[in-house]
Write a protein that binds this ligand. Structure first.
Ligand SMILES: [Zn+2]
Length: 250
């Protein structure tokens, strides 16, 4: 980092600044590419740390002991009248609350990172499978699917049926992923489903290839559109499907 304000930016991201310094730090970050990049990488790291693989559940015995300790500590003690509650209130009403507010504001300012988007896409695909609601318009005819998307989605993506190549078009839906409305084309391969997400190429691009909960994800950008294909088909089958979609758009 070469930015002279780097230390203040770092302190701001850690919630260590008071209200006045936070406002100044925010103003600086808004105009400094270096500090924006640092804030984005901090957000990506935070995403990685929040990943389910990083979460570990306490064994029931430990959980029980901690809960008992919390209950005991929360009970009023006649010897010492609520010193902890007073301290906690003081911390929350003073600098602590300012830091919390600053951190919350920054989270609102930083767009969802690439990894957050990739996770959101897989989660959306799994939710659609769970609900059995893969398509809002059920048709393999692009003359029917394309106009439906044009009137329901913020974009009109290319629509091709790949039934002859083993990937019949099932239909389409529109879903919001991390706040972005996306056109979703649903395809089948045997008993498996493939969701093809298409959205305007703004903001972060998901990584070109990712795996999550046994689902494979391939993403790419063409012109002013981003694409992501998500499925539990074999990686080879998904690569073949992506090849077909990319050729069809040329
Ligand atoms: Zn800076």
């Amino acid at each position: 980092m070469t930015c002279a304000e780097f230390e203040r930016t770092s302190a701001f991201l850690d919630g260590e600044l008071d209200a006045h310094a936070s406002v100044e730090a925010e103003r600086h970050i808004a105009g400094c590419q270096e500090c924006q990049a640092f804030a984005a990488s901090a957000a990506a790291l935070s995403d990685a740390l929040r990943a389910p693989t990083m979460r570990h559940h306490a064994p029931p015995a430990l959980r029980g002991r901690i809960l008992a300790e919390i209950t005991r500590a929360a009970a009023p003690s006649p010897a010492r009248p609520r010193p902890r509650a007073t301290f906690l209130w003081g911390a929350l009403s003073g600098a602590g609350a300012t830091s919390l507010a600053a951190a919350a504001l920054l989270v609102a300012l930083i767009p969802p990172s690439a990894s957050t988007l990739a996770v959101g896409l897989v989660d959306d695909h799994v939710r659609a499978l769970d609900r059995g609601a893969l398509v809002a318009v059920r048709s393999s005819d692009h003359h029917k699917v394309k106009p439906w998307l044009a009137s329901h989605a913020p974009l009109s993506p290319p629509v091709t049926n790949f039934a002859a190549q083993g990937f019949p078009l099932l239909g389409a839906r529109v879903d919001k992923v991390r706040g972005r409305p996306m056109a979703v084309l649903a395809y089948a391969q045997g008993a498996h489903e493939i969701d093809l997400y298409v959205w305007p190429a703004e903001g972060p691009a998901p990584p070109p290839s990712a795996e999550r909960h046994g689902f494979h994800e391939r993403a790419w950008t063409r012109g002013d559109l981003r694409f992501a294909a998500i499925s539990d088909v074999s990686p080879d089958a998904l690569t073949q499907f992506v090849g077909l979609v990319q050729q069809a758009g040329e």
